[in-house]
Design a protein around this ligand. Structure first.
Ligand SMILES: Cc1cc2nc3c(=O)[nH]c(=O)nc-3n(C[C@H](O)[C@H](O)[C@H](O)COP(=O)(O)OP(=O)(O)OC[C@H]3O[C@@H](n4cnc5c(N)ncnc54)[C@H](O)[C@@H]3O)c2cc1C
Length: 437
């Protein structure tokens, strides 16, 4: 088993403490040995590798940057490095750890009562309990303040009604952190245990991204929970938004790993694949340009993540800075995957073992995921249009026929429909046939 060497063009390792490097090495080894060999199967079959949960718990990945209750109290940079390595293996795995840590353990840690912390945090940290976070609803995603879920107090109980959608870990969770509005219109957080009457989960099937991750819809119909399950410190929309800030921080780091895997795969391939004069395609400048773009943007994204991590460790990071981190780094990783993924490679199935999901696993970080399943496919074709050559109608004359061999200027050059190969290869001005795939 070869260990992933990482990508460190700017020697940023010199900025990491020994402890942070040790954490990264541990997570990297875990991914190389336990995730890479099995993840393609899970991706294809759309299953989550739940068998990895106890090991990840043992390694301290859950709630890693929290303190107390068995948590590892790592620095935020170390936590980010764990996210990076996990997402190098698969986005679904990173997503699982993000939800467990940032969206379930964090709100209990930050807003829960002592009894709630003592009951749940050790179980969640040790992987004995799995959590989910229910904020998004079918009608309200980007605008969670419009949520329709309601919680009504009845004596020593709350009665919850509502629907949640796109909930990671929903059907496998022992505990759901549900956000609902109380009678005064305030958004409050509630702990709903698996098996509570009126609470059910149903999985979303047919995703094209984050396939090795469980995504569910939750239904709450007259679901009664003890009033003590209210998170006492969470008294408005700021509470769930603060959880999203924690999760976004992890995503900002995680996508570095996805981009590293893409860059590394592309570089390896370009060094071994030979074309034009039996030279590795890495020796051609158009390929080099892509690789240089990747490593440049990746290095800038690493700097951004490291800086935000250090600010977070000092307690000085602002949610807007974390949004910038996530926005930039997700864009970088998505573009890296697109530049890496040429059609020739895809059609020939020549990419290395974990290639098929590298691209898909990044896609869903771009919110507004309700895209047509073939949207990326179409966009790729749009960005790399095949050239087809059609004669301009008016000029299709005897004179045109006589001179057509030299008359490139009399042709309209258009992207071909749907990116399909035109029936004859395009003619280019120097008379060579375009042999692009
Ligand atoms: C795999 C997966 C896992 C998820 N896990 C969870 C989870 O565990 N818990 C949870 O609560 N949620 C989860 N979500 C939900 C996710 O957070 C929402 O998808 C997200 O909030 C966007 O909401 P929406 O899908 O309803 O998009 P919409 O709100 O319908 O937005 C659609 C598009 O419109 C754009 N848009 C919306 N409003 C504006 C505006 N004002 N200005 C400009 N553009 C706008 C958006 O950017 C987007 O491109 C998950 C989603 C996915 C895909």
């Amino acid at each position: 088993m070869t260990t992933f060497p990482g990508v460190d063009f700017l020697e940023l390792d010199s900025e990491l403490s020994d402890e942070e490097k040790l954490v990264r090495r541990t997570a990297r080894q875990f991914v190389d040995e336990n995730v890479i060999p099995i993840i393609e199967k899970h991706n294809r079959e759309a299953t989550f590798p739940i068998e990895l949960v106890p090991q990840m718990a043992e390694l301290g990945f859950f709630g890693a940057n929290l303190s107390g209750y068995g948590c590892a109290a790592m620095s935020n940079v170390a936590y980010g490095l764990v996210m990076q390595e996990l997402e190098r293996g698969d986005s679904g795995l990173r997503s699982f750890v993000s939800v467990q840590s940032a969206l379930v353990m964090y709100p209990i840690h930050a807003y829960g009562s002592d009894a709630q912390k003592e009951k749940w945090l050790p179980r969640l940290q040790s992987g004995k309990a799995i959590g989910c976070f229910g904020l998004t609803e079918p009608q309200f995603g980007s605008n969670p303040g419009g949520m329709l879920s309601r919680a009504v107090r009845r004596g020593d109980r709350y009665v919850l009604n509502g629907e949640k959608m796109w909930i990671t870990n929903g059907s496998i969770a022992d505990l759901a952190v549900i956000w609902a509005k109380t009678e005064d219109g305030a958004v409050r957080g509630f702990l709903v245990e698996r098996g509570t009457p009126g609470f059910s989960a149903k999985d979303v099937h047919g995703k094209w991204s984050l396939r090795a991750s469980v995504t569910s819809g939750l239904t709450l119909i007259d679901c009664e929970i003890p009033a003590v399950n209210l998170l006492p410190g969470a008294t408005g929309l700021e509470a769930p938004l603060s959880c999203l800030t924690q999760a976004r921080y992890g995503i900002g780091w995680g996508v570095l790993g996805a981009a590293m895997a893409c860059y590394h795969t592309a570089l390896d391939y370009a060094k071994t694949r030979k074309q034009f004069g039996n030279r590795p395609i890495a020796s051609h400048q158009l390929v080099q340009q892509k690789l240089v773009w990747m490593v440049t943007e990746l290095s800038k994204a690493q700097l951004l993540a490291l800086h935000c991590g250090r600010l977070k460790d000092k307690g000085r990071v602002d949610f807007a800075q974390i949004s910038m981190l996530k926005m930039n780094n997700v864009w970088m990783a998505l573009e890296t995957a697109r530049r890496r993924h040429s059609r020739r490679q895809r059609h020939r199935g020549r990419l290395l073992h974990h290639a098929p999901h590298e691209q898909s696993r990044i896609g869903l970080h771009v919110r507004g995921h309700a895209r047509h399943p073939r949207a990326d496919h179409r966009r790729t074709h749009h960005r790399h249009p095949r050239i087809r050559v059609v004669p301009t109608k008016k000029k299709k004359t005897a004179r045109f026929s006589r001179r057509k061999s030299q008359a490139v200027s009399k042709f309209d050059i258009l992207p071909s429909r749907g990116g399909r190969a035109s029936s004859s290869p395009a003619r280019v001005p120097n008379g060579r046939r375009d042999r692009s795939p």
